[in-house]
Design a protein around this ligand. Structure first.
Ligand code: PAP
Length: 319
């Protein structure tokens, strides 16, 4: 991945452009968070600046692999698994950097750590992104880079998003009604949202580019970790040998990257992924169907109908 440092740094025209974008202040977050609509998605001003720079300057290499997701869909887990897979010749569960480094700091985010991404990578890199497919820098598409897209039951995404968003601005649950958070998410006002458009963008692209976009469902990864980790490793070009399989390398990686293991590590309990967000917030509960503790019957009906309307035709099961 290449881009010259002189290309980086915010040009005044990017800041001027952002001022002209539609804005939405999230009322359920008590006005502490404002989203801007850039292209077809909502995000924070700081992120949009990085996105514009990435779109202008990023030169992807055909062997770069992108880990793509809507937020709260399993990104941290996917990063950990991919990092463990690609470094397994050097490290195992006794000495992996994952024991002391938060997964987000093992694989950079394109639109958060653009400079770092570009500076630290060689010819072939693994980079994560929450960007919708249609807003990816064109060179990623032109280079036919492989993409892994992880997705998750939308109701659990909403609950996970609710907690992350309110914790990020330090709002206790009693001051941040879930009903209001649901309503905003339902109307598409969420970071990188609308959520369903995000999924649809990658899904449509995967229909035309099957060999380079791999869809992975969070719940499937939980249910059948060995099969899915094996498929993932093959897809990203690091297949397990028969000897490795016999030696239990897949199981060791699954164990190393498990929620139980990672969430109990000191770095993930007390560290900070960036200056703002505590690592522990990325390891909340990881329970399937936690949404049942939050959703009313009316919310269930509303979101099910919406997802059916938006994604029913493609047959992805998100309930
Ligand atoms: P991000 O987009 O902010 O990086 P992301 O990692 O996609 O977040 O999603 C966080 C969810 O994954 C959390 O779900 P919860 O709120 O329902 O608990 C988090 O607990 C869960 N998670 C984190 N690490 C793992 C893991 N190793 N295995 C399974 N789930 C995990």
């Amino acid at each position: 991945m290449e881009a010259t440092r002189t290309q980086l740094g915010y040009a005044r025209d990017i800041e001027e452009m952002i001022k002209t974008l539609p804005q939405h202040t999230c009322s359920w977050l008590k006005g502490k968070s404002t989203l801007f609509k850039y292209q077809d998605f909502w995000s924070y001003e700081e992120i949009i600046k990085e996105v514009v720079l990435a779109q202008q300057s990023l030169k992807a290499h055909p062997t770069d692999v992108f880990l793509c997701s809507y937020p709260k869909s399993g990104t941290t887990w996917l990063k950990a698994l991919v990092f463990a897979i690609i470094t397994r010749e050097k490290f195992d569960e006794s000495n992996s950097p994952l024991l002391t480094t938060m997964p987000h700091n093992c694989i950079p985010f394109l639109e958060v750590e653009l400079e770092q991404t570009i500076a630290s990578q060689g010819n072939s890199s693994f980079v994560a992104t929450h960007l919708p497919y249609n807003s990816l820098p064109k060179s990623i598409l032109a280079s036919n880079c492989k993409m892994v897209y992880i997705y998750r039951n939308v109701k659990d995404v909403i609950v996970s998003y609710y907690h992350m968003a309110r914790e990020a601005v330090k709002l206790p649950m009693e001051d941040a009604p879930f009903e209001e958070a649901f309503d905003e998410f339902y109307h598409g006002f969420s970071v990188y949202g609308p959520h369903w458009d995000h999924i649809l963008g990658y899904w449509k692209a995967s229909m035309e580019r099957r060999e380079i976009i791999f869809f992975l469902k969070y719940e499937d990864l939980k249910k059948e970790p060995s099969i899915n980790v094996k498929k993932l490793a093959e897809f990203i070009g690091y297949p397990f040998t028969i000897e490795e399989e016999k030696a239990g390398v897949i199981e060791s990686i699954i164990k190393l990257c498990s929620f139980e293991n990672l969430s109990n590590l000191e770095v993930n309990k007390n560290g900070y992924a960036n200056e703002m967000i505590e690592n522990r917030l990325f390891f909340r509960k990881a329970k399937d169907e936690d949404w049942k503790n939050y959703f009313t019957d009316e919310m269930i009906e509303k979101i099910d109908n919406l997802i059916y309307e938006k994604l029913g035709a493609i047959g992805l099961v998100l309930k």
